[in-house]
Ligand binder design. Sequence first.
Ligand code: PLP
Length: 396
Amino acid sequence: MTRKRGISTRQIHHPYRAPAGWNAVPVPVAKASTVLFRDTADLHDYKPRDGKSYRYGLHGTPTSYTLAARLATLEGAEHCLLTPSGLAAITLVSMALLRPGDEVLVPDNAYGQNRYLTESFLPQFGITHRFYDPLDAAGFKSLIGDKTKLVWLEAAGSITLEFPDLLGLIAACRERGVITALDNTWGAGVAFDPFALAHGVGVDISMQALTKYPSGGADVLMGAVYTRQQALHDKLNWTHEHLGYGVASNDVELVLRSLPTLELRYHAQDASTRTLATWMQSRPEVARVLHPALPGSPGHEHWLATSSDGAACLFSAVFKPEYAMAQVDAFVDALQLFGIGYSWAGPMSLAVPYDMSRSRSLATPCGEGVIVRFAIGLEAEADLRADLEQAFAALR
Ligand SMILES: *Cc1c(COP(=O)(O)O)cnc(C)c1O
């Protein structure tokens, strides 16, 4: 009589395998820390991190490889690396490409955490930086020196939403052989093609906070780094491995689920954002509305030169100088449909007041006024307008 194995052993080593041939629309969620090898020969066979083989859960699963491949197509790239957040994607690029003695140039309106990384973390490694005006390509050119090894770009910039002279800035970097990296969270792979902008000009690297549009649900933190160049990808991949960046398959599943509606959501949110931004320009309390598609907004002409297919769900209103921060805060508190919070491109609209005098090195288009950045979600545009109207009434 054969010995009966224990309950746990029989569960863990259960011989049943579901029949092959399963086929459905969603990508199966593969979860693992341990990846099992067939035998010791398979174990000893070196498996490079090439996005094709399996070695360890951290290094990729069928689920994460599928997301990376779909995102690379969206971005017009050859290679994609997934990171645990958008910020981790930024850190990956800077850590992979910068060495002691190097300098990085960052736009003055860069995402706040990129500024913070550059100002307070990178100096520990002997990496210096300068902030530049993204609208002034001629002035930018004179900042590029022998130590400059990386230039960050962001289109449109954070909060004040100036659209940079991408073509001019990239041309200046090309001339000096400096690598360009674009934070493409705003464009999301829909508004323009970062690797093939007008006249065939493109960036070397792009990254996205998948936390925003690709998730779309305000429920995932994830990032991605893209390139078309094998040598650059190898460098990024090597650093990615050493930093121990991994993504959880349940999160990957959520992004995979949202990608088919990305383009529809992008355009729907774009349409209601532009309608509300245009309406906001007529408000007597507002000095200026910042949105790259509005004529007169900073960088509008660069947006026209670059963008073929839209704008993100963000606009900012600069309040007239007679409204102090406390009054603008009261306006934001009076809003009922707008949440107060940072991570945009989800279903709910958001509003955040900012005092720009504390977060920039160079001049901003805000003048003396307090700014409110609005992120438009998926609510009915007429409901959002009615909410803004009643909050303006509270301001007076
Ligand atoms: C949100 C955001 C990031 C960072 O993404 P997280 O996933 O929140 O770390 C980076 N860049 C831009 C432009 C963003 O809006």
